[in-house]
Write a protein of this length. Sequence first.
Length: 454
Amino acid sequence: MTDILIYGENGTPLHVLNESEYSDWVASQETFTQNWLTTSGFKGKGWTSVPASTGELALVVAVVSSASEFFACGDLAKQLPAGTYSLKTNAENQQAVAFGWAVGSYRFDRYVDDKSDVATLAINDQAIVDEALKQMYATALVRDLVNTPAGDMMPQHLAEVTKDLAEEFGGSFSEIVGDELLEQNYPTIHAVGRASCHAPRLLDLRWGNADAPKVTLVGKGVCFDSGGLDVKPAAGMRYMKKDMGGAAHVLGLARLIMAFDLPVNLRMLIPAVENAISDNALRPGDVVTTRKGITVEIDNTDAEGRLVLCDAIDEAVQEKPEMLIDFATLTGAMRVALGTELPGFFATNDETAQGITNAGLPIQDPVWRMPLYQPYADMLKSDIADMTNCAAGPFGGAITAGLYLQKFVPEGIDWCHFDIMAFNIRQLPGRPKGGEAFGVRAVFAYLQEKYGSK
Ligand code: BES
Ligand code: ZN
Ligand code: ZN
């Protein structure tokens, strides 16, 4: 594969301009270039190339409404002819252009032969190149994991990925597999995952200095969500390979934290299961005693994400982390509330919620806080157990799922819960259809601001 971003200044000049800068830029060009732009009908929107008198490529100009937007140049890497381009833009746009270029070069080509080359961008600033590449690797990791079909992305595969990531950055990895989950008291993870021939697991990655502030991430790793016995209809099941999207998100976030060497004591927990159907599957009406001891009546086996998460969250809070952040493709209801492109999140700490929201805005990673509206907790009342796993009715489904999880988070813990789509259902600049990271960069920018780099 060709390099996507390199340090240097050799290559065809690629001028990236704001619309408002275009006329001044044209005026500063040679007559040949000015004439070409006029006669070829370029109107100062999008991109065009200008030849030299030899017919070779002399320069490319890309005119966007705001070059400091992170996805403004998201389509360039795939649209420009293969070759190396040298970035010419204002210093304040470089980071955004580098990022958009890098993530826009992404292709999921695991199952196809056509692994065609993309263009290379040379930037004369090593720090910008390094940062954009780290961001790109994290985003590509999330996308690859989500895009990979469930048959090739079962709990054991997530375990391999987590182990490799720990090894790459000198962290440690451990896991609890199959019936060992019962022996070590993770009954709810086991109950959801036991019907699959791919044994359920709890993956555990640790990295960083034990004396640094503890940041714990938890990700929903449902490798395929058939719905269990309350089986999903075909349309709802079609893309449920993405139900390990929360796990993919925390793996991407952990990669950023480790690659940028944040001074934190990182722990990442992934309950990894397949929500499958078999004679030993969890049934509607069954009661499970969770790790915390709360008994849960299963109203619907399709509300399995919160079940696997609650045991992992209970494990996480034993160490009283300074921050606890979970990501999960938890509810269809959040998609109804906010659509597919704006991730909703819940938070117990107002400052953290505002901080993450603010951190996402300038880097085009918007997130939207939703309320942990306590009166709705009544909807989780059970006649025979401490609570049910979901409300009987369809209303406020993302909130009741958040409230279910909150039962496992002790008062005083700074906790954020992201209910994400993990998937682009339409193509946008730099964001192809398929697996996508939502909120990962926002949370990372917030953590970077809060803890600083070493
Ligand atoms: N994985 C789904 C939620 C989901 C569906 C996320 C589509 C993103 C897109 C989850 O396990 C689920 O099935 N939730 C149910 C809960 C219901 C049974 C209370 C839902 O949202 O319908
Ligand atoms: Zn489900
Ligand atoms: Zn699910």
